[in-house]
Design a protein around this ligand. Sequence first.
Ligand code: SF4
Length: 603
Amino acid sequence: MSRLQTPMLSLAHGLRFEQLYQREGLCALDARFLAWLEAGSAPLAQALRAARECPDALDPAAEAALLIELSPWLDEFVGELFDIADAVRALTARHNALAPLYECKRQFVQRQAATKVKPEALAGFDPVAAEHALVEWFGEPFSELTFARAVASWQNERTMADRLAVALHYAAWALTIPAGRARHLHGVLFKTPHRTDPLHLVPVETDTTAGYNAFTLGAEHQRHREGFALTDPGTDLVGALDQAHYCIWCHHQGKDSCSKGLKEKLKGDPAEQAALPAAAHYKKSPFKVTLAGCPLEERISEFHEVKAQGHAIGALALIAIDNPMVPATGHRICNDCMKACIYQKTEPVNIPESETRTLKDVLELPWGFEIYSLLTRWNPLDLRRPVPKTPSGRRVLVVGLGPAGFTLAHHLMNDGHVVAGIDGLKIEPLPSELSGVDGHGRRVPFRPIRDVQDLYESLDERVMAGFGGVAEYGITVRWNKNFLKIIRLVLERRTEFAMFGGVRFGGTLTADDAFAMGFDHIALAAGAGRPTVLDMPNGLARGVRTASDFLMGLQLTGAAKPDSIANMQVRLPVVVIGGGLTAVDTATESLAYYPVQVEKFLV
Ligand code: SF4
């Protein structure tokens, strides 16, 4: 197979790196994929071609089945394209190696240990002796995976009944006895889904000894916080697969409410039902929140099935059909999907965690950033738009480069339009060898990124880059803001895109100016940064601040950095009024900021 060399990346199928960022190159790539698929499975290639010709002719179940069948092929093709077939296979093998954990959890722990071992049977149980015996039989140190593998093999042998009995009692102890639960607190095997109580979602303990209610979280749930580094790295592959296996892949029954919403059973005249407002078609949560599911209708059930089969790239491609800007969603960002999960009485599938881990599994492959980036422009699983459409000749001005603005910009480009994005904040330039744009706004060659870690910075040292709107200045270090750089590069490297910081729409640039400059459309995607002034007596008195203003000030001024001389003073105690996300962020950030501020004063 011919390989044309770029300085660092050698692509298969006679393709060059630059072609991955040009429409003609993407069309060539798609043609190579179809020919390659034809050679491997002619019926599947024909099914894909037919589905692309007339995507709406497929019913949802047939479409899902086709995309799932294509996913392993996509893994293999991308592995070959980037010359990382071994790494892709190794990643699949890591998925498959963990499979016994989830099988053991469902069949042995949840169906047997949880139901067949009565509490009295554990009265004289010695977990230390049991663990010693198990380790001896395993022939290796104790881990949940070795436990699961051993149980799987013992279940196939009649002579192992004694060992299975010890394992069963150990599992029941780990599942039900506080010491056992503590021993396996951070594992996944010895767990059963707990019932949810909407009024006690956070398991706080109430202390009334001081004459008022003080709520505390058990020590096992507490995490030490110091400074402004990332506070929650999210789950690993074990945790993500635990969720993918907990999911029951409801798309097979057309009941994937996480994606399509939890439908209300309406009665009466169908015409009258059709006239009802959209929200009336969905059930409501106990807090009267409409359970409409993922606003993007991401194929959650399908990606979970593919992820559980070990095909990480296929799973990401399924996500990216409806949610190409996936770094800006998922863990610590949104959970509408989770709220509408079919599990309404027990804990829902933690989709945000599995989604973000699926992204990271691909990003962490060699050339992982380039693979994700490519899937935003060429996605063979997207039957309706596998490559960007032919140029329309239309130019669109997108006002605001927050989540709405950058997502819109992406879709507009893939629909064939040229986009200029403006934002009121100053946007710091990235190195031109990464972005493909020099300090004068000229297009220059950029290099492929082999290791995504090269893009990452520690959040407590990172300089605000100005791109990302509320995702940059409104979200705290609970979310990995390095994902903003990933999204920015995906957009900025495209010749159909230009962006300009420090431009206020209505001031620096008016609508008339924009139309006079030749824009055909203006898309307003600004607004989240509008100041909120509460109608409250003394709302602006000294020492009183709106929480959103505090958080924005903290992020924008860089006050949290040890070498910043930002004028932001906090004195304890701080009283936070409210219990929503902004209030919680304000409480955590003011507590984290106070010692940093004092240290800066003392130095
Ligand atoms: S996440 Fe929940 S609703 Fe969605 S497919 Fe899985 S189990 Fe079903």
